[in-house]
Write a protein that binds this ligand. Structure first.
Ligand code: NI
Ligand code: MN
Length: 228
């Protein structure tokens, strides 16, 4: 059973048959996520798409509370180590690489976005992740603009894609529709919207834009779950 729970902005908690995997924790500084208790999150793994504050702000606290392993591209993983996360808890990899973990495989895929870590250092590229869990493939795009590399995901027959839709820093709704078409995925869960004024969207219009293209856009309230 694969479940997801939306924790606001781009933070998603997956339940992969009992293994908890947290993506891009940004909760304490997100007014929209004030009902989420950071201290209650106990993931087995934390994956970071890149080092921008709105994707890593709560990583240290959650890692300390949970002892989670933290996975990221090499340069962002170096920042994770500098925060005091011990070497045996850091999983660094790079484009083309696939981690084989007890819950499934995770491939690092392209994202079109910049990346620096909160200390101002180079964070490597921004990335997306393709989770391959017992025959189901789930794509988490992180922050990205529309890019032709997304076509490379088509052969994976992706069941659900978490795509940024807020515009300004990432794809907007129209580009996300084009991305879904390129990827060949019908079920899209929107992330990276409404948190800050420049990325506020008209949610009804967004859902309609997707449905006119024959696609499903799920916009979850913070704290809501969706079975995948
Ligand atoms: Ni970013
Ligand atoms: Mn961001």
């Amino acid at each position: 059973m694969i479940k997801s729970r939306y924790l606001g902005h781009s933070c998603v908690e997956f339940d992969f048959n009992g293994t908890t995997v947290l993506l891009d924790p940004f909760i304490r500084y997100n007014e929209l996520a004030k009902n989420i208790r950071v201290e209650e999150l106990k993931p087995d793994y934390i994956f970071l798409s890149h080092g921008h504050e709105d994707h890593v702000a709560d990583m240290v606290e959650i890692q300390k509370n949970s002892g989670a392993q933290v996975a990221a591209i090499v340069e962002t993983a170096a920042w994770v180590r500098k925060q005091g996360v011990s070497e045996d808890k850091v999983l660094e990899f790079n484009f083309g690489g696939t981690l084989s973990l007890p819950f499934g495989k995770v491939k690092m895929v392209f994202a079109l976005h910049t990346n620096s870590t909160p200390d101002g250092n180079y964070g490597g590229n921004s990335v997306g992740f393709l989770f391959q869990i017992e025959g189901k493939n789930i794509y988490f795009a992180g922050d990205t603009g529309l890019s032709v590399e997304m076509q490379l995901l088509k052969p994976y027959n992706i069941q659900a894609a978490f795509l940024p839709i807020g515009g300004h820093y990432t794809m907007d709704v129209e580009d996300a529709v084009r991305a879904a078409e390129m990827i060949g995925v019908r079920k899209v869960i929107g992330i990276h919207f409404d948190t800050f004024p420049p990325i506020r969207i008209d949610k009804e219009e967004a859902v309609n834009t997707f449905s006119e293209a024959g696609l499903e856009l799920h916009l979850l309230n913070v704290g809501d779950s969706l079975d995948l």
